[in-house]
Design a protein around this ligand. Structure first.
Ligand SMILES: Nc1ncnc2c1ncn2[C@@H]1O[C@H](COP(=O)(O)OP(=O)(O)OP(=O)(O)O)[C@@H](O)[C@H]1O
Ligand SMILES: [Mg+2]
Length: 348
């Protein structure tokens, strides 16, 4: 649902964000006027105008259209013919040009889902080629691993990171920056929205707005209404993810006596009460390792992009030979991590 970039400028991390969404409206004098007076991201093609990004929803409301999304279930949508050109434009706007040719860029990619046939390969290669064409040296990073880099630096990159996104939920168990288990499930915020919309006969766009606007997981309000339905499907999503973690950990033969923290993040983890509810359900579950604590990431929308930035900076430091070459551990997906270096970044 969102394309987000993170870039280091001096001591500051700068995030740029756009909704990964667009709406097609008919070209008219009114549309022309509205667009020419604004800095709305748009392109015109023959008699049609495409409005992209954050403004798509406003235009959809004004012109009584539904928004369309270049991605669904965490990867490029195969049902959306305009997916590739739309997404290319949004990415170009969010990422900008490299500072120098071959600047390192990590982009997050989901793990292959365990509950659907979707493959992430085509998505990954397509995004990589957009970014390479822009002049970057682009490489994928597993979304769950990015969460570990972003939020578990203070625990030696050891723990369970879970990113609750729109199309997917990504899970990664990492042991000293080595991913020992990673998977995704093809359910997230979109699934919650669709279920709640169907149950209450409300449009999906409307449900999404209600959810993002002050919805709380307190189970006190609105039984029978949209918020009540959202609570039910939120709880169902949590149980589903916990069940899959239990199954996958069993298969992976995780070492006995493991005691790790859990970090939950992603836009879907935003509502007040989410972390508490997740913790309660985790306590009731039969997870074959022990959990020291459950934390909510500081900025749930930004964890993944921050983690990708941590990786890119670590690579660049190494390339410059400034990292001193100590404490290196080789992660499965080819990311070199210097634990001390990364902790220093976190303190920035
Ligand atoms: N305040 C909020 N309350 C509830 N849900 C929210 C809030 N803000 C955003 N969301 C939801 O979070 C989801 C988007 O989260 P995020 O940006 O982490 O996902 P994504 O990275 O775009 O998706 P994916 O990881 O599946 O590709 C959407 O379902 C959105 O409706
Ligand atoms: Mg995501």
């Amino acid at each position: 649902m969102n394309i987000i970039s993170a870039q280091q400028e001096g001591n500051e991390t700068v995030f740029v964000q756009q909704r990964n969404s667009f709406v097609q409206i008919e070209y008219s004098d009114m549309a022309e006027q509205m667009l020419s007076r604004s800095d709305v991201l748009h392109i015109r093609k023959d008699d049609e105008v495409y409005v992209l990004g954050d403004d798509a929803l406003n235009f959809a409301n004004i012109f009584n259209q539904e928004t369309r999304r270049p991605m669904s279930q965490g990867i490029l949508s195969s049902d959306e013919k305009s997916a590739i050109p739309m997404m290319k434009l949004i990415i170009e706007q969010v990422v900008g040009s490299p500072e120098y040719p071959g600047e390192k860029l990590y982009f997050s990619s989901p793990a292959d889902p365990i509950d659907s046939d979707l493959s992430t390969l085509y998505h990954q290669k397509t995004i990589q080629s957009f970014l390479d064409d822009m002049g970057y040296d682009a490489e994928p990073i597993n979304e769950g691993m990015a969460v570990i880099y972003s939020d578990l630096a203070d625990n030696d990159f050891t723990g369970l990171g879970i990113s609750f996104g729109a199309g997917m939920t990504n899970v990664c168990l990492s042991y000293y920056a080595v991913p020992v288990m990673k998977f995704s499930v093809a359910r997230g915020g979109d699934w919650v929205d669709e279920q709640a919309a169907t149950a209450t006969g409300t449009s999906v766009d409307k449900v999404t707005s209600i959810k993002e606007d002050d919805f709380e997981l307190d189970f006190e309000t609105d039984v029978g209404g949209v918020e009540g339905a959202l609570s039910i499907y939120y709880e169902n999503l949590l149980d589903y993810v916990i069940e899959k973690v239990t199954e996958e950990v069993d298969e992976e033969d995780i070492e006995e006596g493991l005691d790790v923290p859990v970090v939950v993040t992603g836009g879907t983890s935003s509502p007040a009460g989410f972390t508490k509810l997740f913790k309660q359900h985790l306590e009731d579950a039969d997870i074959p390792f022990s959990i020291s604590d459950v934390r909510h990431a500081d900025e749930p929308m930004y964890s993944v992009s921050r983690g990708a930035l941590v990786s890119a900076r670590s690579d660049e430091e190494e390339r410059r030979g400034a990292s001193g070459g100590v404490d290196e551990s080789e992660a499965d997906d080819g990311v070199d991590v210097d634990a001390e270096e990364l902790e220093a970044h976190d303190d920035d």
